[in-house]
Design a protein around this ligand. Structure first.
Ligand code: SAM
Length: 287
């Protein structure tokens, strides 16, 4: 009888993966970490019972969290990644030739080490890129204490449960603004809208005091169950979302980055939000 992994993110609803093999399972200093084999999605990594990434569908999330802000910016030299211990975001950022320096701040060294070992295709050698500087720290602590400045900040965190909770606060967003160079942009993992609609509202409420252009874009990632997931977008450069598809096509061609999900058309379309998300934002924020 094969064992099963039941995700524990929601009370009344869950997804189950058959587990063909467990590569690693341990309580780290910060969270419970498991990496296992599933016949449909390949290797799966979960933290505190919540699916973080799978070999099968990781490309969707990592391409959208990386190429949308970087191609919108168009000339990012310094990038900050908060979280992202599996290395998927880092791999995609390293594909941008214009980027000269990447700092990644990950709270859990064991996630980095175990993902390098058991999910090698996620980072695909990116941790050895000479542009990369890995900091093991709480991301909220880093943005508060650092005086570094970045063109793009990507918050690739867990859900607002446990160590990830501090990365969904006003204080964190305020300090991210302080870390952004003139014209910069921050994006952040913001949950599956249909299942976590309150996260959309609270993120908007907490980001909007610090950013003039705050919205969301979305993509459906199969193992983030419940429909489209939202990515929070925050910038004080209102030009970044005005580029035409033609502009993005040119930049994407220049980048020569092979993608399996991202395209300039998808980039543009991803900012079109479902009406129920718009209604939630308009009703909640007007109060
Ligand atoms: N794609 C996933 C998702 O959408 O849920 C996120 C994947 S990534 C593995 C999440 C990372 O955030 C983990 O490596 C975790 O250790 C890290 N993390 C959680 N809280 C953090 C914090 N306060 N500072 C830095 N990293 C944090």
């Amino acid at each position: 009888m094969k064992s099963a992994f039941n995700e524990t993110l929601y009370d009344a609803y869950s997804q189950e993966f058959t587990v063909d093999k467990v590569y690693f399972e341990q309580k780290t200093d910060h969270q419970h970490l498991i990496i296992f084999e599933n016949a449909k999605f390949g290797r799966v990594m979960a933290l505190d019972g919540i699916v973080q990434t799978t070999e099968g569908d990781e490309f969707i999330y990592h391409e959208m969290m990386t190429h949308v802000p970087l191609l919108a910016h168009g000339n990012a030299k310094r990038v900050l990644i908060i979280g992202g211990g599996d290395g998927g975001i880092l791999r995609e950022v390293c594909k941008h030739g214009s980027v000269e320096h990447i700092t990644q701040v990950e709270i859990d060294l064991q996630v980095v080490e175990m993902c390098k070992k058991y999910l090698p295709n996620h980072s695909a050698g990116a941790y050895d890129d000479p542009r990369v500087n890995i900091v093991i720290d709480d991301g909220a602590n880093y943005v508060r204490q650092s005086d570094e400045q970045f063109d793009v900040i990507i918050t690739d965190s867990t859900d607002p449960i446990g160590p990830g909770d501090v990365l969904f606060t006003s204080d964190y967003y305020q300090h991210c603004k302080a870390r952004l160079r003139e014209g910069g942009v921050m994006v952040a993992q913001n949950g599956v809208a249909f299942m976590q609609i309150d996260e959309v509202f609270t993120t908007a409420q907490r980001m909007q005091p610090y950013f003039t252009d705050q919205t969301f874009y979305c993509a459906a990632v199969p193992t983030y169950v419940g429909g489209v997931m939202t990515f929070a977008w925050a910038s004080n450069n209102d030009v970044l979302r005005t580029f035409s598809t033609g502009d993005l096509v040119e930049r994407f061609k220049q980048s020569a980055i092979p993608c399996r999900y991202y395209s300039p058309a998808i980039h543009q379309a991803s900012f079109a939000l479902p009406q129920y998300v718009i209604d939630e934002l308009e009703s909640g924020l007007d109060q």
